[in-house]
Design a protein around this ligand. Structure first.
Ligand code: SAH
Length: 348
């Protein structure tokens, strides 16, 4: 029954996309990805069960799932921001796309040991997936109340500093993509081939694009965060795979830990892009904020991950120690996640 339902969803999203194409002849990649990821009924993130997305049995794993030490280090970052902000009387911790809630769970476990910080924390989650929302509530409710939102609109009601984190959130947002051919620029999109199957299509651009890929939603979200931090203070940490400059086509689809074509499993595979960090930093700069970009490796080392690892390993048996070291190694090894993943720190 469950399988049947999923098949139906798969077909539905493909049908919706084909209908769009039949009407207009061309569907830009941004709209295609938006439909696949967040169509209210059939989209990957709005509809797929959380456990089928994240973890060994899902499509991909993330740092908070790989090692609890990562979550502790993010807590250390938060403690530093709290100190810098002069220990505000109320703390608003905001997380974008918390998945199974492991990052915040790890953070709160750590913060609990600092009662004057912990006692004044309020947790805000921006999450569109209902099963993730449920998982997050389950994990976090032992620490206190969780407020859930579909977007950042709630920030206008908070007249205090925010401390915001986003791990592997921005890569999931849809992207416009452009390509140059024989001196002319085209917007990349989707059309249908002779067998009524989805295939790449191209529409001429009126103006030359500023970059090969562009995520309008990222710009809006960063604008909103920046405005808040500018007015009320706080800091944000954006962690993701991505680049600073000079990348071409980075759109990819992952299904059950396997790279697949982006038209193969609409609504069932996770479509993502490498994040353009320079563009995010630019938005922050425009509002007079400061930023600092590092590789994930450098960020974790600077915040003492090796010291923490030594402490932990001295308290567990060899088998456990080796597993924990493997996890941390995956996060900091340049050939694994250490180099590809970047950490952008934003503050006033
Ligand atoms: N941060 C988590 C999960 C990353 S997966 C981790 O590191 O493990 C991406 C997360 O963003 C999921 O929780 C997904 O449901 C959520 N998400 C994706 N698109 C979203 C959108 N448009 N608005 C809000 N949440 C979204």
């Amino acid at each position: 029954m469950i399988l049947l339902e999923k098949e139906l969803h798969h077909n539905m999203i493909a049908e919706i996309i084909k209908e769009h194409i039949q009407k207009k002849g061309f569907l830009d990649l941004y709209t295609y990805i938006s439909l696949c990821q967040s169509h209210p009924e059939y989209g990957y993130y709005s509809n797929k069960e959380g456990v089928d997305i994240l973890g060994k049995k899902g499509d991909f794993v993330t740092s908070p799932e790989i090692s609890f030490v990562f979550n502790e280090i993010i807590a250390f970052w938060l403690i530093r921001q709290w100190e810098k902000a002069g220990r505000p009387e109320e703390i608003h911790l905001v997380e974008l796309g918390p998945g199974q809630g492991k990052l915040m769970e790890g953070i709160l476990k750590t913060l609990k040991k600092i009662p004057s910080f912990y006692a004044v924390c309020k947790i805000h989650f921006v999450e569109i997936n209902p099963t993730f929302q449920r998982l997050q509530k389950e994990k976090i409710s032992i620490f206190g109340e969780v407020y859930h939102y579909q977007n950042l609109g709630f920030l206008s009601k908070i007249k205090q500093p925010i401390f915001l984190i986003a791990n592997e959130f921005f890569d999931a947002l849809p992207v416009h993509q452009y390509m140059e051919k024989e001196g002319k620029w085209y917007e990349v999109g989707v059309g249908l081939n002779g067998q009524n199957k989805l295939q790449y299509a191209y529409a001429p651009c009126e103006n030359m694009p500023e970059s090969v890929e562009f995520q309008p939603d990222t710009v809006k979200i960063i604008e909103c965060i920046s405005e808040h931090i500018k007015q009320w203070g706080g800091a944000a940490l954006v962690i993701d795979y991505g680049y600073w400059e000079g990348q071409g086509d980075t759109v990819q689809a992952i299904y059950k830990h396997r790279h697949v074509g982006i038209f193969e499993y609409p609504g069932k595979a996770d479509i993502s892009v490498h994040v353009n960090f320079k563009n995010i930093a630019l938005q922050c700069n425009k509002r007079g904020l400061q930023y600092n970009i590092q590789t994930q490796r450098q960020f974790l080392l600077d915040f003492g991950i090796q010291l923490r690892l030594e402490q932990i390993c001295s308290q567990v048996d060899n088998v456990q120690a080796s597993l924990i070291c493997q996890g941390v190694d995956r996060l900091i090894d340049p050939s694994k996640m250490g180099q590809l993943f970047k950490v952008l720190h934003i503050e006033k």
